[in-house]
Design a protein around this ligand. Structure first.
Ligand SMILES: NC(=O)CC[C@H](N)C(=O)O
Length: 340
């Protein structure tokens, strides 16, 4: 029996746009076995040229949106990406989009796009842990697999995805778990969306939370996002970090709490005062797995805090920034954390 892909005639191949932003996938080192390298050096056309086999999956074009290591990713670039993807997918000329991206903040851009792209068409982030020039570079196969998923109608309606190391992750669950290993990405909350093996895709589930075409968030006409800081909790945390953020103009603070979103008594007191003044305090966790629930050891109802539920601190920050674009009550903001 011929497979679905073998039956496709060449001129019926789906059209996939690769939007490149830099990262290790475009990284270059002086030699093939060298741990120091510069991310974001190889252009999108060179990456496409290096993978002629990709053309059997899709008609592929590329655009260079940025050339940064993703530690330098900005909301300005994310907004530009979201705008370009919305335009491309509204035109019906593109069936799916791949975004090449550094891995450091891939989960943040993936989650931002999950909330601000309004289309069912596949949007797939990918990257690499080894530079383009390395021995056993992982980028080419990741890119090949990402194109296979972006070209696949079965990937549609599953929100923004990330394809790394043969795995398909949802933007909601994806997180980086190792500083250097190729198997760095995990989906610890709701599990994997699927797997992809040399362009053969298998899906296990749809994301449980709202995304993309169901999202109520829009960045049309938005030039600035409100400042939201992340404060990392630890034993004997200095409580005046809260005051510093408020003084610098933060409209919201996500505390990467210890354990189940905890912080010491002094920080709770300063955070409660900030909350009374209108700053939105979200309790997340510095722990990589598990959720943060309301009113466990901290009385959120009384203190006016929000629980991050399934979102890690950087994603909680993004949801809060978008939520603060409109006047919303604490109750409404908490509901967003249960919804997205
Ligand atoms: N593996 C990577 O992509 C890390 C490289 C770089 N720090 C980035 O995030 O772009």
């Amino acid at each position: 029996m011929p497979t679905r892909k073998e039956k496709r005639l060449p001129d019926h191949r789906p059209r996939v746009m690769i939007l490149a932003t830099g990262g290790t996938i475009a990284g270059s080192a002086a030699s093939a076995a060298q741990s120091s390298y510069a991310p974001g050096q190889v252009g999108v056309d060179a990456m496409i040229e290096a993978l002629p086999g990709m053309r059997s999956l899709a008609r592929v074009r590329g655009e260079q949106v940025a050339s940064v290591g993703s530690q330098d990713m900005t909301f300005a670039i994310m907004r530009r990406l979201a705008g370009r993807i919305n335009t491309l997918l509204a035109s019906d000329e593109i069936n799916g989009v791949v975004v090449t991206h550094g891995t450091d903040t891939m989960e943040e851009t993936a989650y931002f796009l999950n909330l601000t792209v309004h289309s069912k068409a596949p949007v797939v982030l990918t990257g690499a842990m080894r530079p383009f020039t390395a021995i056993s570079a992982d980028g080419p196969l990741n890119l090949y697999n990402a194109v296979a998923v972006a070209a696949d109608p079965e990937a549609a309606g599953r929100g923004t995805l990330a394809v790394m190391n043969d795995r398909i992750h949802s933007a909601h669950s994806l997180t980086k778990s190792n500083t250097t290993a190729v198997e760095t990405f995990i989906s610890p909350i709701n599990g994997l969306i699927g797997t992809v093996n040399y362009g053969r895709n298998e899906y296990f589930r749809h994301p449980f939370r709202r995304h993309t075409h169901q999202s109520e968030f829009s960045i049309d006409g938005v030039t600035d996002l409100p400042r939201v800081d992340i404060l990392y909790a630890c034993a004997d945390m200095p409580a005046d970090l809260i005051d510093c953020s408020v003084e610098r103009g933060a409209k919201g603070i996500v505390v990467a709490g210890d354990g189940n979103g905890n912080m010491n008594a002094a920080t709770i007191e300063r955070a409660a005062q900030a909350a009374k003044k209108g700053v939105v305090i979200v309790r997340g966790s510095r722990v990589a797995t598990g959720t943060v629930g309301r009113n466990v050891e901290i009385d959120d109802d009384h203190l006016g805090f929000i629980a991050a539920d399934e979102l890690n601190p950087p994603k909680a920050r993004i949801l809060l920034m978008l939520a603060l674009l409109k006047n919303r009550t604490r109750r409404q903001i908490q509901k967003l954390f249960y919804t997205y």
